[in-house]
Design a binder for this molecule. Structure first.
Ligand SMILES: Nc1ncnc2c1ncn2[C@@H]1O[C@H](COP(=O)(O)OP(=O)(O)OP(=O)(O)O)[C@@H](O)[C@H]1O
Ligand SMILES: [Mg+2]
Length: 279
């Protein structure tokens, strides 16, 4: 089975999408095969990898989860939806219907809720094992889910379908408060998925010129100890540029330290998922 990791934080703009896509690229650079799933109606990672938003009549992750929920709709497996990102890994786009009011009134109300993603990942694995399917970069070692900034029903589906979570966090007071709330939610999800691990908390977007940011980073490490990744990601213009331009560090800034940070994060993720950190 692929290791399914949700990149999650209910706080907006902390770097979930940035981390998901750059980590996927980093993992693939160190020889892992990766599928990214965009779970966010904002379609930021879809835009990054596809170069545009999905059209209303285009299939997206919603159509895979919705069918499992028993809706009368065309059936889409994850394999059918997987597209080549052009950076060595595959992705599945989001659609506007991932927005909370649509999601909650369909998938979120079905009897199958919140198992839809888990069912689809198990189906994907069975199909690969039987040699029934092929995708551009599968079968997968990792499946990374780019979550929206909420703790709503879509997140519950993502978390119940995941083996672990990766939490990007900014080194500021509000982010640290939000982290406490998130970790409480994880305890609730464990009622449905007792195996859910915290793979790691990632200090991201650190402006290391600020003494306060350095103090906050230290406070994160003191408080969350081994749950923190040793790698942290400083603010880098190259990172901002790849998200804006929809390109990848290996093409846009091949010799940048930013690229090496994500490779080192990728190595840590591999180490930790072989022997996950107890929460
Ligand atoms: N380490 C970094 N260096 C420079 N810019 C960064 C870094 N991390 C994130 N950013 C920038 O911060 C902005 C927000 O990042 P991103 O979209 O990944 O956050 P998010 O958590 O996915 O947001 P949302 O909650 O809306 O989904 C983007 O413009 C991105 O380029
Ligand atoms: Mg995002």
């Amino acid at each position: 089975m692929p290791e399914v990791i949700s990149v999650v934080n209910q706080k907006g703009g902390v770097g979930k999408t940035t981390t998901t896509v750059n980590l996927a690229a980093g993992l693939s650079e160190i020889g892992q095969s990766v599928l990214v799933i965009d779970f966010d109606a904002q379609m930021n990672s879809t835009n990054w990898m596809l170069g545009r938003e999905t059209e209303e009549d285009e299939a997206s992750i919603f159509d895979s989860l919705d069918t499992v929920a028993g809706e009368e709709a065309e059936e889409f497996s994850l394999a059918e939806l997987a597209e080549d990102s052009g950076a060595g890994f595959d992705f599945i786009p989001a659609g506007e219907d991932m927005i909370a009011n649509t999601f909650d009134s369909t998938i979120g109300r079905s009897g199958a809720y919140p198992n839809q993603l888990r069912v689809r990942v198990e189906e994907l694995e069975r199909e690969f094992e039987k040699g029934l399917i092929s995708t551009p970069n599968g079968p997968y070692d990792y499946c990374l889910v780019d979550c929206p900034p909420s703790l709503g029903r879509a997140i519950m589906v993502a978390l119940v379908g995941s083996d672990g979570i990766l939490v990007p966090v900014a080194a500021d007071g509000f982010s640290m408060q939000g982290l406490k709330q998130l970790l409480n939610t994880i305890r609730e999800v464990r009622i449905n998925n007792s195996d859910l691990e915290i793979i790691g908390i990632l200090a991201n977007n650190l402006d290391l010129r600020s003494g306060l940011v350095k103090d906050m980073e230290e406070a994160l490490h003191n408080r969350y100890e081994d749950l923190m990744f040793e790698t942290s990601i400083p603010w880098r213009s190259k990172i901002n540029e790849v998200t804006t331009l929809g390109t990848y560090l290996k093409d846009h800034a091949p010799s940048s330290d930013a690229r090496s940070f994500y490779k080192s994060l990728a190595h840590e993720v591999v180490e930790r998922t072989q022997a996950p950190t107890p929460a």
